[in-house]
Design a protein around this ligand. Sequence first.
Ligand code: ADP
Ligand code: MN
Length: 178
Amino acid sequence: MAQNNSGRKKPNILVTGTPGTGKTTTSSFLAEATQLRHINVGDLVRDKKLHDGWDEQLDCHVINEDLVCDELEEMMEEGGNIVDYHGCDFFPERWFDHVVVLQTENSVLYDRLSKRGYTGAKLTNNIECEIFQVLLEEAKDSYPDDIVVALRSDTIDDINRNVATLTDWVRNWCPKPE
Ligand code: ADP
Ligand code: MN
């Protein structure tokens, strides 16, 4: 595989999945356990204005993918990042050593997103996104099969187990010889 983890001393992990599946919760626990850097791409887009305005229909920022990738490039080359975002097809393939897709049972996700204040099309779009495994397909289309894993995220126990599994993965990762 070309340019895989070229020269990184620490791995980069992508944590993706439908909104509400637990990416930010999982990533922040994992960052605490591993001392890797948690990058919440949604927050970064908002704080650094890496967007082309607001999409009234989808009720979210129109992310500028080029600006986001430019912003992240240096940190990703350095390694040691946990990237948290509900999309993954626009990041360079060479950035990631491990791609985690979180998945949540539909009724559980429905309750979480309702609690977050999602209603109408925004709520149903996200539930459909989960039912049709859109993020898992996107991850499989964008990264080598052997680095993509789907992890269940229905309960707190799931989070604890996922963080433990991923912490082990980080500890066992070693840079490939150049
Ligand atoms: P995301 O970043 O994927 O949108 P969050 O981490 O913000 O998701 O989680 C959304 C909400 O759901 C939070 O209130 C969080 O505490 C809860 N949550 C997420 N994952 C789980 C889980 N596996 N078990 C129980 N609650 C969860
Ligand atoms: Mn989040």
